[in-house]
Design a protein around this ligand. Structure first.
Ligand code: ATP
Length: 964
């Protein structure tokens, strides 16, 4: 606008007024000359057009400066220069991946084998032509990245997990996908069981991408937003019920999640009323085929896992109990700084210890217990009766002398020791009438009883999800103690062959559980596949140990094979003539061949190979399902995560790291500490979305009685059934595991075949991976709306719908936020939420739900107290509170559009320093109590007078690697 139009320049070079009057050149005039519309300057000016020009001008002028130069910048430019054209391609890129220098995969990947993402980057499913526009980062971990993407087909946001471009990560993702796909399709087709949905998957530039439904905040964030004061009981009840739904399905399918914790339960805001969903099946395994002994995040780790005892789906119930307690208390029930500390807390708080039968057989018993030889009355039981046991937990000194190191002991945050007292004396919300308090006290009784059935030392007595679902705390029925759960089918005996793999760096388990990356004799049909590639004999040392029947990998090309895997396993693969591309493959672990399809005309038998996966190209490669990526990483390439440097590869949480040592991303990179529990699941793989979905029995548990169910009904498509046909009782749900899932060639076009074959990670690749200097894009990156013309208000709104206000929408329809009383009340009656008033309050002043704002950070650090930064548990500080450091999720400080009003959680509760209100089971009015408590009278908000120290446990930094 400042530049003079050429039409205003006179023939002599002097400036003219619009009317043509010649002027001596005067820059001031040129800068402030009256506006001349294009029509005027082109001579098409007429008095009639003047009005519209002026209106147009007014439109621009009317807007305040900020919108004009921000979201209206294109319009402004065009007003200044009609010839201006906006071109998105000329935009500077806002990178979401760090580092963002392309050094691998033709420049598409950074040094960590992560696809370099930036805002508006397009992911394309080459098969379906589906396009996903990357809008933001949701998470970053060792597995890869999770990006918030706009799905152009559905016009919705989705969360796309983009796996690192490495075989091990790929394989791990296949396991996650396979398990989840089976759960989605076969066990929860109507999406009623609170398990995250998989929407799509594809390979893009050699990266496996899995698209999930977009979810919001997780329960840890929710607790955090409530300043770790715990949630109202009715919310705890509602969430418990929903989580149980998921657990029922998982148990039904024989799937052990292995990493249940608040962080892995996300709130779905699209559903009304808001619901929670369980995510992260990256550690899941199949019951009866458990392999890894080192699983679960520490705070949520069950006694049997801790002690090295065979485990079942009941370990998830233990974790669930811990989650429920944490939802109510706001702090972890067992924030053990070490396993010893964890066990000690369990025995103190619960007043008991694992049964002798467990202690007798668990492999780690001697690490924590002393065998006193005769019946012993435990000191840890506060009751007069004591525990009769031949084992006694070690004292700290004993532990130290036995382990040659002091056990890390964390702080105690509760003013009471016993579970009953902790719950009973937890501060009540303020403004509760006496009547309401007495109602809540009865509900608390129900809660304690509920928790006791979950955090039960004896896995055999621990309630199943179904049994727990009937508890009055969940149903809202009158509570009568003690709750006697209906008998459930006999507990699944853990098969004697269940293997636990040491997490011993020396003895490692590179080849443990999963399936051999190499199988010497390859089924001819496999080898005939144009996409089948024999795995190059390039494996380095294989440290797997499994079974006792000799070397698992009998491939001659293997170098040091330190482990044995048990060659009792037999793999049958056959070609079904009924399916044009039908490969039916059954992997047996011992026992006769079962579940054979009658149409199997040709069959070959593979020995020593119990691990197969589906080649993306349609063939079956000797890849392991549930194989730990680490298995393919020779010791030489082991990587360790510095506890002090939790970068994005650090544990996502203090507890998280504790868990797994696991998997790929997570554990794989931890190298020798890898302890992923994936094993080779009895899993059915089937073409995603193919007609073969109807297949029954391909996921038979391999028992003879399931033979008939293992018949192929003649569907078309690739069926890959991996049967773990054990003689021993594998699980109760005979023949129920008819789910099937697969990643097939058709769906994975473009993925390097070699990745499907358990080939070892090329050393060159490995050497390129640096796990210790990864930083991710930080919250310092400007909001896309600040600079990205492609960013629209609609996208902002869309995001708001997702989890802006994480709770705004999440609970928009169910919360009653009372500003005046500073209590956000949630109306929730047996999962029925009622729309509250004063929603406006939650619509402002949002705080990023997945990113600490100053406010939150401040609040958090206040709670932490000065000592926490010196807390050495896990050796981790709280870098995630730093804006540019990874969050506790082991990911970047995520810049998200979702904001949440922290104040909604700020309601106060009465400070209660009174006498311990010991729980009593003498309920005189039990009938009314529970129901009443679940009525909509519950307030949402923190409790004042938190009985715990204001110093938060280090736990909340979630930086405890838990590998002690
Ligand atoms: N469906 C989803 N909707 C929204 N966010 C998601 C979704 N799935 C995952 N995320 C985000 O991505 C993060 C990582 O996802 P996920 O937990 O599945 O991977 P992970 O392998 O467990 O990662 P980590 O290394 O953090 O354990 C989650 O913590 C969450 O913040």
């Amino acid at each position: 606008m400042a530049e003079a139009d050429s039409s205003n320049v006179g023939a002599d070079g002097s400036r003219c007024t619009p009317s043509g009057a010649s002027l001596t050149w005067n820059p001031l005039w040129s800068a402030f000359r009256p506006y001349v519309s294009p029509a005027q300057s082109s001579g098409e000016y007429s008095p009639e057009s003047r009005g519209s020009d002026t209106n147009n001008l007014r439109k621009i002028v009317k807007k305040s400066l900020v919108p004009k130069v921000t979201k209206g910048i294109v319009e402004t430019f065009q007003a200044c220069n009609p010839a201006f054209r906006y071109s998105e391609s000329l935009n500077p890129k806002r990178f979401l991946t760090n580092p963002s220098t392309g050094v691998l995969n033709d420049g598409f990947d950074n040094a960590n084998s992560d696809l370099i993402l930036y805002v508006n980057f397009e992911l394309v499913n080459s098969e379906t032509k589906g396009r996903y526009i990357v809008k933001d980062a949701l998470g970053q971990g060792t597995f890869g990245q999770v990006a918030k993407c706009w799905d152009l087909e559905s016009n919705k946001y989705v969360a796309v997990k983009i796996i690192k471009n490495q075989p091990a990560y790929y394989q791990q993702a296949v396991v996650e996908f396979s398990i989840l796909d089976m759960l989605n399709k076969k066990y929860d087709p109507d999406d009623k069981h609170h398990i995250v949905r998989i929407l799509d998957y594809f390979v893009f530039h050699r990266h496996l991408c899995i698209s999930f439904e977009m979810l919001g905040s997780n329960l840890y964030e929710l607790i955090k937003m409530n300043h770790f004061k715990g949630l109202p009981l009715n919310i705890v009840q509602a969430f418990s019920k929903q989580i149980l739904h998921a657990l029922v399905v998982m148990k039904d399918a024989g799937i052990i999640h292995c990493d249940m914790k608040p962080e892995n339960i996300l709130i779905s805001t699209r559903l009304k009323p808001p619901q929670i969903k369980v995510i992260d099946f990256g550690s899941a395994c199949v019951e009866g085929r458990t392999v890894y002994s080192y699983i679960q995040s520490r705070y949520y780790r069950s006694p049997e896992v801790l002690l090295g005892y065979p485990y079942t789906t009941s370990i998830d119930m233990w974790s669930f109990g811990c989650i429920v307690a944490e939802l109510f208390l706001g702090l972890p029930l067992f924030p053990g700084a070490s396993e010893y500390d964890l066990l000690n807390r369990m025995t103190e708080i619960l007043g008991g210890q694992p049964p002798d039968s467990l202690l007798r057989d668990a492999k780690n018993t001697s690490k924590f217990f002393k065998h006193v030889g005769s019946i012993h009355r435990s000191e840890h039981d506060g009751t007069s009766k004591g525990i009769i046991s031949a084992y006694r937990i070690l004292t700290e000194d004993e532990y130290e002398s036995r382990e040659s190191k002091k056990p890390a002991i964390g702080k105690h945050y509760f003013n009471y020791v016993k579970l009953d007292d902790i719950v009973a004396n937890y501060p009540y919300r303020k403004n509760l009438s006496e009547k309401e308090k007495s109602k809540e006290s009865l509900t608390r009784l129900a809660l304690v009883d509920f928790l006791r059935g979950l955090v039960e030392f004896d896995p055999g007595k621990r309630w199943s999800p179904l049994q727990a679902s009937g508890h009055p705390f969940v149903t809202g029925d009158p509570f009568e103690l003690p709750y006697k759960p209906p008998p459930e089918s006999p507990r699944i005996p853990v098969m004697p062959t269940t293997v636990t793999v040491d997490h011993n760096p020396g003895g490692g388990h590179w080849l443990a559980a999963g399936l051999s990356p190499q199988v010497s004799s390859v089924n001819k049909y496999l080898s005939q596949s144009p996409h089948f590639h024999k795995v190059p004999m390039s494996y380095g040392s294989s440290y797997g140990s499994f079974g006792s029947h000799g070397s698992y990998n009998d491939n001659t090309g293997l170098e040091s094979n330190y482990g044995s895997y048990g060659d009792i396993n037999t793999v049958h693969a056959y070609n079904s003539p009924l399916g044009p591309s039908g490969f039916n493959m059954h992997v047996q672990v011992g026992g006769p061949f079962l579940g054979a399809s009658p149409d199997a005309r040709q069959r070959s038998q593979l020995s020593h190979g119990n691990g197969y996966s589906v080649s993306p190209y349609g063939g079956l490669g000797p890849m392991s399902l549930g194989v730990s990526p680490s298995q393919f990483t020779p010791p030489s390439s082991q990587m360790q995560i510095s506890s002090a440097s939790p970068g994005k590869y650090g544990p996502t949480s203090p507890v998280r790291g504790g868990t797994r040592g696991v998997s790929l991303g997570k554990a794989a990179v931890v190298g020798q500490y890898n302890k992923r529990s994936v094993g080779y699941p009895t899993m059915c793989m089937q073409s995603y979305g193919s007609a073969s979905e109807h297949g029954q029995g391909f996921c038979s548990d391999g028992m003879t009685s399931n033979y008939s169910e293992a018949q192929s009904p003649g569907h078309v498509g690739s069926h890959i059934a991996i049967l773990v046909g054990s003689h021993s009782n594998w699980r109760q749900q005979m023949g129920r595991a008819n789910g099937s899932c697969s990643l097939t060639s058709a769906n994975l076009k473009g993925y390097p075949a070699s990745y499907m074959h358990n080939s070892s990670t090329p050393s060159s690749h490995r050497s390129e991976v640096s796990f210790d200097k990864i930083e991710v894009s930080s919250s310092s990156v400007p909001h896309p709306g600040e600079w990205d013309p492609g960013y629209s208000d609609e996208s902002l709104l869309e995001e708001d719908n997702i989890d802006s206000s994480s709770l705004r929408t999440e609970f928009a329809n169910c919360t009653r936020l009372d500003d005046r009383s500073d209590v956000a009340s949630l109306a929730c009656e047996n999962n029925r939420y009622s729309l509250g008033h004063n929603q406006a309050r939650v619509s402002s002043n949002f705080v990023p739900s997945n990113q600490r704002t100053d406010g939150l950070r401040q609040a958090y650090s206040l709670a932490e107290g000065p000592s926490t930064s010196h807390d050495t548990r896990g050796g981790n500080g709280r870098p995630q509170f730093s804006q540019n450091l990874p969050s506790r999720f082991g990911q970047q400080s995520i810049h998200r559009y979702n904001y949440m009003n922290p104040t909604i959680m700020h309601s106060e509760r009465n400070h209660q320093h009174g006498q311990p209100a010991h729980l009593t089971y003498n309920i005189t009015d039990s009938h009314s109590s529970t129901n009443a408590t679940f009525s909509n009278s519950m307030s949402w908000g923190r409790r004042g007078g938190h009985p715990m120290t204001t110093t938060l446990p280090m736990a909340h930094s979630r930086k405890d690697y838990g590998n002690i």
